[in-house]
Every structure is written in C-alpha cells, then in structure tokens.
Design a protein around this ligand. Structure first.
Ligand code: NAD
Length: 286
C-alpha cells in the first residue's frame, strides 16, 4: 500500500508493507550513524531499517571495534563509507568529518544517529558517593556532551531540515538501581536534546531522543542486575514484553523521516509502555 502525505506543500510517498516490516521511502537521503559495535547494537538495527528505506549510510566507529565493523559493512551495500570516531575530544571527533569530507567532497547528510554511551567500570562498581571526578567526567563527556560535539563539528555537513536522533534511558528521571552515574549522563543528554533543538530549530534542524527500554547489547552487559531488569519489565510493562532493537529502529525511522516534521526537542519512549506504570502489576501475584 502506498500512502501519500502532504507536509507543508511537500509530498512524501510512504510505502507500507502489510504483514511485513513497515517501510518509508527515504531514497536520496544520507545518514551519519554513530554507535555500531556489533550486530546487537541498536544502531545496527537502525542501519538496516534506514538502508531498507533507501538511505545511504556513513558509519563512525570506535577503533577497538574496527574488525567487527569491517565484517558488518559487507552485509549492507548501502554503507558507503566508515571512518574512525572517538567522541572523547574535539580532535578525534573532527577526524570523522575530515575523513568523510575528504572522500566525499561537497556531500552532506540529512540524518544523524547518536547511539553512544559509556561509563568507566568504577561508575557501576562503587556507591555513587565514592565515584571519582575523572570517571564521572568521562561518563558525562562520552554519553551526554558528545551530542553537542557531534553536532558542533557535523553541522557544516548537514543539509537543511536535518534530523538528529539520540538514545536515552528512563533512569534520567526515575531511580533505577545500579544505573548510577549513567542516570546523570542520560538526564544531561535529554537536556542537551532540548537545548540543541532550540538552538538549531530556527535553521530547520530537528533534534530528538528515543528513550529505549532495556535491550541486551554490549553496553547493557556492563549494568549490574540487567537480567533482573529485563525480567521485571517483561512481567510489568503494559505490553508484557521487552522491546527489541527493531522496535527502537522503527521509531527512529519515523523521527528521521518528514512524517515527524513537526517534532523536535522531544523524548519519545519506546519501552513497551513500562514508563507509564508506578506500582508493578506483579504485586497482584502476592
Ligand atoms: P552498544 O554497546 O552496541 O553501543 C554503544 C556504542 O557506543 C558502541 O558502538 C561504542 O563504540 C560507542 N562508543 C562508546 N564510547 C565511544 C566513544 N568514546 N566514541 C565513539 N563511540 C563510542 O550498546 P547499545 O545498547 O546499542 O547502546 C547505544 C545507545 O543506546 C547508548 O547510548 C545506550 O546508553 C542507549 N540505550 C541502550 C539501552 C539498552 O538497554 N541497550 C537502553 C536505553 C538506551
């Protein structure tokens, strides 16, 4: 079925496959994707869904995942380039854009996916009262402030009306045991999302966050008690299941597309509804 949508005099054609995955036609669009480390990465599911929709992809990868990225790139012909990216500082962030522009003079992207998170081990191992400044700063720099850094250096390579999507977690505004310093980082990331949306909005650029429910990935494997969180969500979320990478990728596709043209600065929950609950359903079992 083909759905035609008119948004501010622009007509976009969206093709929906009934009974299969729902797809939008974004042919001719280009995306920067930051945060693929493995086939389990949420960013990899986003790559696959954007690619199916016709988007050309340029990946920024951490050097320690280089060999995995090399294997993965052959699985998606829509990956047109991949360059090292370390958001720890300005120089190693700029490195990505320098390499991209050297190989693709004049080319710009329409979509930026920021799916980056990291906190040193001590942020999870110690009570938050005793985590050292430098480890807190690392978590904040990589997991929150890097959104600003990616956009600061990326702006010259973004087309008008671009859409940036970052990934966050509900511990930003409610207590989750063991998430610790990352809760502060996610709160800051959501604040960056609003601030950057306001700063870039007058030029037509949009910036949004998706708050994902828990999903097994490399980053999640470092969170103590993660399997218990998955069990708890499955039993208590309104949909009685956990979300997966494709659930998040679907919402990302919508935010990347003109169907969400009036949406910016928002945090959209893709969590099987868990965030609307307060008293867990499981109390009824006692
Ligand atoms: P992942 O481990 O697959 O992805 C994390 C990515 O961050 C990796 O690709 C890694 O290379 C990248 N990264 C870390 N430090 C970096 C640096 N200095 N420079 C550049 N890249 C760096 O795990 P994921 O779960 O797919 O995580 C993606 C995002 O989704 C993260 O922001 C994470 O906090 C968020 N998120 C995950 C969950 C979950 O349960 N998995 C839930 C909510 C939000």
């Amino acid at each position: 079925m083909v759905l035609t949508v008119t948004v501010k005099e622009r007509v976009w054609s969206a093709t929906f496959v009934i009974g299969g995955s729902a797809m939008l036609n974004l042919s001719g669009k280009t995306a920067f994707i930051f945060g693929v480390a493995s086939e389990d990465s949420i960013a990899w599911a986003i790559c696959k869904m954007l690619a199916e929709s016709g988007v050309t992809l340029y990946l920024g990868y951490q050097k320690r995942f280089r060999s995995r990225i090399f294997q993965l790139k052959d699985k998606l012909p829509q990956i047109a380039g991949f360059y090292p990216l370390d958001v720890a500082n300005d120089a190693t962030t700029k490195e990505f854009y320098d390499a991209f522009s050297a190989e693709n003079p004049g080319k710009k992207a329409d979509i930026m996916i920021h799916a980056i998170g990291f906190a040193p081990r001590t942020c999870f191992d110690r009570p938050i009262l005793f985590v050292e400044d430098q480890d807190i700063n690392t978590a904040m720099t990589i997991s929150a402030n890097s959104l600003q850094r990616c956009l600061k250096f990326g702006l010259p390579y973004l087309n008008p009306n671009s859409s940036t999507i970052t990934l966050t977690y509900a511990a930003s505004n409610r207590y989750v045991p063991s998430y610790g310093i990352m809760s502060m980082a996610k709160a800051a990331l959501e604040c960056w999302t609003r601030e950057l949306a306001c700063h870039l909005g007058p030029e037509g650029h949009r910036v949004n966050a998706i708050s994902s429910g828990p999903i097994r990935t490399i980053a999640a494997s470092g969170i103590p008690g993660f399997e218990n969180i998955l069990d708890h969500v499955e039993q208590n979320a309104p949909l009685r299941r956990n979300v997966n990478q494709d659930d998040v990728a679907g919402a990302t596709l919508w935010l990347a597309s003109p169907l969400s043209s009036g949406v910016t600065g928002q945090c959209i929950y893709v969590d099987a509804g868990y965030s609307i609950t307060m008293v867990p359903e499981t109390i009824m079992n006692n």
